[in-house]
Design a protein around this ligand. Sequence first.
Ligand code: AMP
Length: 449
Amino acid sequence: MQFSDFGLDSTLMNTVQHLGFSEPTQIQQQAIPAAMAGHDLIASSKTGSGKTLAFVIPAIQRLSKNRALSKRDPRVVILTPTRELAKQVFSQLRLFTANTQFKAVLILGGENFNDQVKVLEKEPEFIVATPGRLADHLKQGHFYLNGLELLILDEADRMLDLGFSKELSQINQAADHRKRQTLLFSATLDHAQVNDFAKELLKKPKRIAIEAGHTEHIDITKRFYLADNLTQKEDLLQHFLATEKSQQIIIFTATRSDTERLAKILSMQSLNAVALSGELNQSQRNQIMDSFAKGQHKILVTTDLASRGLDLVNVSHVINFDMPKHTEEFVHRIGRTGRAGTKGDAISLVGPNDWLSFKNVEAFLQQKITFTKVDGIKVKFKGLKPKKAKPEKAKIAKATEQKAQPRKPQKVIKKTFVDIQDAGAMKIIKRKKALSADQIEDSTKKEQD
Ligand code: AMP
């Protein structure tokens, strides 16, 4: 299949050709015609699979072909969970709006509110945004969504995991009319809250499941190494930096302090490393991201802050110095390499503190992982044994006794957060319920560090 088979508007087709894309990726092959036919979509697709253009192309097509419902309101709103991903989406969108009369703006939490009000006054056709800040502008009447034609939710699973369901509902309700189309993308469709939410937002959606999060990314080779402790992790890291044939490298750590410490150690060895930490303000973070993207640094050391949304073809290696706390983050981290058909290596270090996360990743990938060894680095740690639940005599006796009692009616506890996969995420979300939308974006940033 070729892009020319979609019957795209000629300006749009010229842009596709100009950017050198000829064959649509799998998700594009399915999502573009379905979205162009006006269907709501619920789609899963792996990171780096071309999903951004799977919604940007039908969005531009729709605006080029249809008259606006309102002269003033935005026609397309694209929501993403993080600022980094929003910027990434925005940069791809801009390539496509450049040759059109459509204006596109980026509205992110943590940036100047009044500047954003001015930008919204210009009545853009496209808004790319993080949900908390956009909901704030909506509440204050800085724009209206009566004329919204297309609502796009990118990484809806993550937005819900981060506790943005209230803001998403507010945005949905402000644009609740018959002509609105909704495209929902999620790393996985196996997510109870996403499915509940889809019922609220989508009208008879087409379901597209190309490659679920756990499927193998054939361009990325994954290797796992055991380590006794932090010192041994550092030895392994030094070994990889000395022996791997690499271009750019992203190293993920669990804590902000390790991010800075490692970047310092590596810089002292003239390895041109830079730390991306949530403590930096937004413009400093942008600057680091930009300079890394331009190849001015060889190594970026970061927390999960950069696990999504960075589209860099020169990243040959991702090193998980620590395993991620949230299993799906593993897929997003390693998806920073092997972009757009290039090959990549993902190296993960597993110490005693990483063991639980490692087992979760192993289960998520649905494969038995074997560890690679490095000559000269002797590792004693062989993994933690699962605790066996021993049936205690007393417990058994109590259970038998209870069985004999007549059953009392049980209290039904209403579950507020459905299917959140680990207790850590649950805690974060519960705490965030008490915060305002804008605080959430700021605290999300901190949580990610
Ligand atoms: P995404 O999954 O949207 O983050 O896209 C990952 C990368 O694939 C980006 O660099 C896109 O520019 C690139 N890409 C998107 N569609 C295609 C295509 N049809 N052919 C080749 N590369 C593509």
